[in-house]
Write a new protein. Structure first.
Length: 382
């Protein structure tokens, strides 16, 4: 049995070579559209928008007795053609049939999350499947279509058929790493977290069913520590890279005395983790859903961290900092330097990923020192 076939058969998140096998077996297929090799990421597959979108009156979930398309009757009021591009307006839910479909074995499940650039633009996305009442989690053995709910929040966006806004992971069995395993990994030669180019001491590691990250709000009062989304900016064409001035869409955020900022309610902020994150080839990670006991804020948008993020086999890179997409709820909320604001869930892959996040894949955020998405040409100082 070859390495790729072994990776398909073993418990864990599917790495790139196992995803290629799954596509060859038509567990993931795309009809007349070919799934291109570049769509296969280190531990995920890019999913693509289909030919049209329904504008919806409200969001919804199907139930065990209904398909997605049966459920939208009475909720959809406009069909938008995406083939030549279309603008999706702010705060309007849209439902887009995706090009890819699934035919999973009975012991293989899937999970979806927004791509990093999608989250950094405050575009809320989640996948729906027929006869299932959960977003983004796709039950084992599912056979059928995939639908993407898209809600632009801060900016209107222009999209077109074939554009990727989200990703899919396949997994078999128990994949989550426990806290003791996380602590043990931090003590190895390739730690998971770094601070100021030094491995974070295990005694300073904060774990509780996952690995906590804190926010960087350090520096003088004229240092940009984040960005706050402007309202009423022009639409962002998601197919254009380095095409927009950040000052047209964002206000800079500066720290108050004592290394803190106050988040205004229902405003979208981009911040940066204090720690550098290193995801080795045998691990995949996911930003986990916000915990209301940690404060009135949401920090879960773009979710997947692929094998190779912040990793350097030569040991010359000490992790890459994580972009934190944050929105305070209901009331203004103060956050301070090194305050934990999000948590990474770590998962084992069924084999070390052969393709790793980084320059060879054209990854946009390896070694990042700013948190703006790839659509902006002018990056503010960190």
């Amino acid at each position: 049995m070859g390495e790729a076939a072994t990776a398909v058969a073993t418990e864990g998140v599917f790495p790139s070579q196992a995803l290629s096998e799954a596509i060859a077996a038509e567990w993931v297929s795309s009809g007349d559209y070919r799934i291109r090799p570049e769509a296969i990421q280190p531990a995920s597959i890019d999913l693509r928008l289909g030919d049209y979108a329904w504008a919806l009156r409200c969001s919804f979930l199907p139930d065990v007795d209904s398909t997605v398309e049966e459920k939208i009757e009475g909720l959809a009021f406009q069909k938008v053609d995406l083939r030549d591009g279309a603008v999706l307006e702010r705060d309007r839910p849209y439902l887009v049939p995706l090009i890819e479909e699934l035919a999973l074995p009975e012991d293989v499940r899937a999970k979806a999350n927004p791509k990093s650039s999608t989250g950094r633009l405050d575009v809320f996305t989640r996948v729906l499947t027929d006869r299932h009442h959960r977003f983004d989690e796709i039950r084992a053995g599912y056979q059928g279509k995939l639908y993407l709910e898209v809600v632009p929040r801060s900016f209107a966006i222009q999209v077109r058929t074939g554009l990727s806004l989200n990703q899919l992971r396949l997994a078999r069995g128990d994949v989550r790493l426990g806290d003791e395993e996380i602590r043990r990994m931090q003590g190895e030669e390739l730690p998971l977290l770094y601070l100021d180019s030094e491995a974070l001491p295990e005694s300073q590691l904060s774990v509780a069913d996952g690995l906590f990250l804190s926010v960087d709000l350090s520096g003088p009062p004229d240092r940009i520590v984040g960005y706050r989304a402007k309202k009423n900016s022009l639409p962002v064409d998601l197919s254009r890279i380095r095409a927009y001035r950040w000052t047209d869409y964002w206000d800079p955020v500066f720290p108050e005395a004592g290394g803190r900022i106050v988040l205004e309610p229902e405003i979208f902020y981009l911040l940066l983790s204090a720690e550098g994150v290193c995801i080795p080839p045998r691990i995949a990670a996911e930003m986990m859903a916000y915990d209301p006991t940690a404060g009135e804020l949401r920090t879960h948008y773009a979710g997947f961290f692929d094998p190779g993020f912040g990793y350097d086999p030569a040991g010359e890179r000490h992790g890459s900092r994580a972009a934190l997409e944050v929105r305070a709820r209901d009331v203004s909320f103060m956050v301070e330097h090194r305050q934990p604001v999000c948590k990474l869930g770590l998962e084992r892959t069924s084999a070390p990923a052969e393709r790793l996040y980084g320059a060879e894949l054209g990854s946009n955020y390896q070694g990042q020192v700013t948190m703006l998405s790839k659509h902006f040409e002018e990056q503010g100082p960190s």
